[in-house]
Design a protein around this ligand. Structure first.
Ligand code: ADP
Ligand code: MG
Length: 355
């Protein structure tokens, strides 16, 4: 298992030479880590993965696997296994022959080949399908063959580019845990690409949230959810209110902020650059706000919409021109549209984002 270093790596495609790079990052992926590149379509995830694989040359910077500089190495000399969205299998060949292909190319002896193919197929639970043709398999099974083919070469690094996006929702959920198990058994570092935030949260040790050509935050799923570094991250991960506030008083561990006539005391990281009077944004999850009477709450507003979701009720509220979404348990009394309500904010579940 090796750490992967992307030292000031950027890519500017020749078709757009005068613009900002498509993607620009400076980061290290730890040995054995399951690391996810998450971001909206077109943000440069595949570009980054292809640079690590060796299919795309970086415009600037260097890539190291451990202490080996691979920036100028072709893909087949990097020791990476790759799984693509469309699987890229040979449809008329058997499952076993597809998995064996990489070993043949690497001139592994026939006897060793059979044993390694068998081990890789058992890792993905497809031992009994070895003689089937690819076009006789379901999409989920084909995806597992692609995974077996990637790990059979015992790669130092496993790269996966949206491998689940052709599967239906239920199969996606089942297969994502299987991918994690295989990565652990194969004892390899993994870089995973997805635009699905729930998938990224469920699978990853750490996530890099990419947008506007850069990494907005590189962190554990929990910290990305609870302590979003930018308003983009707060909006992209789960549902969140990102409220414009003014810092009234910045203490060392907490800050008082004002919003729509009310004030709230919120936690603050010591590193956070906020000063008195400065504009900022406050990320508040819909479930961190409780509806109450106006006198006992920090904020007040007018209900604009009520939606029953089953276990919860979603209430939209206008707080002096700012739209706030509240997710309340179904058992709470639900106000009528047009009613004035109080919003009791659970301060510990808010996060201040410096402007
Ligand atoms: P993602 O995988 O996040 O959807 P990509 O890395 O595929 O994003 O693409 C990022 C941007 O770079 C897009 O605007 C895309 O059109 C552009 N791009 C990707 N590949 C090429 C290429 N070979 N030549 C020129 N532009 C490209
Ligand atoms: Mg892509």
């Amino acid at each position: 298992m090796l750490p992967i270093h992307l030292d000031k790596v950027s890519k500017t495609y020749l078709t757009a030479p005068d613009t900002e790079p498509t993607i620009s990052v400076d980061l290290t992926i730890q040995a054995g880590e399951f690391f996810t590149l998450l971001g909206p379509s077109g943000c440069g995830k595949s570009t980054m993965l292809r640079m690590v694989a060796g299919f795309v040359a970086p415009t600037t910077g260097s890539i190291r696997f451990g202490d080996r500089d691979v920036t100028n190495l072709p893909p087949h000399k990097r020791g990476v296994g790759m799984v693509f969205q469309n699987y890229a299998l040979f449809p008329h060949m058997s499952v076993a022959d597809n998995v064996a292909y990489g070993l043949k190319v690497r001139r592994v002896a026939r006897g060793d080949r059979a044993a390694r193919v068998d081990a890789a197929l058992s890792m993905v639970g497809l031992q009994s399908m070895a003689d089937r043709r690819i076009d006789q398999l379901s999409g989920g099974q084909q995806q597992r063959v692609a995974l077996a083919r990637a790990v059979v070469i015992e790669p130092a690094l496993l790269l996966l580019d949206e491998p689940l996006s052709n599967l239906d929702a239920k199969l996606r959920e089942e297969t994502r845990m299987q991918i994690r198990e295989v990565q652990k058994k194969a004892e390899t570092t993994a870089v995973y690409v997805t635009h699905d935030q729930a998938e990224a949260m469920a699978m990853s040790d750490r996530i890099a949230v990419l947008a506007d050509g850069k990494a907005h935050q590189i962190d554990t799923p929990r910290r990305i959810y609870r302590e979003p570094a930018t308003s983009f991250v707060a909006r992209f991960i789960g549902r969140s209110n990102v409220l414009p506030v003014t810092v009234v008083e910045a203490g060392s561990e907490s800050a008082t902020v004002s919003l729509g006539g009310g004030t709230i005391a919120v936690p603050r990281s010591p590193h956070m650059a906020v000063s008195n009077g400065a504009p900022a944004e406050l990320a508040v999850r819909p479930e961190a706000i409780r509806l109450s009477s106006e006198v006992e709450a920090q904020l007040g507003g007018v209900v604009t919409q009520v939606e029953y979701m089953g276990a919860t009720v979603t209430v939209d509220i206008d707080v002096d021109g700012t739209h706030v979404v509240v997710s309340a348990p179904d058992r709470t009394p639900v106000p009528d549209q047009g009613a004035r309500v109080g919003l009791a904010v659970d301060e510990r579940n808010t996060w201040l984002i410096p402007a």
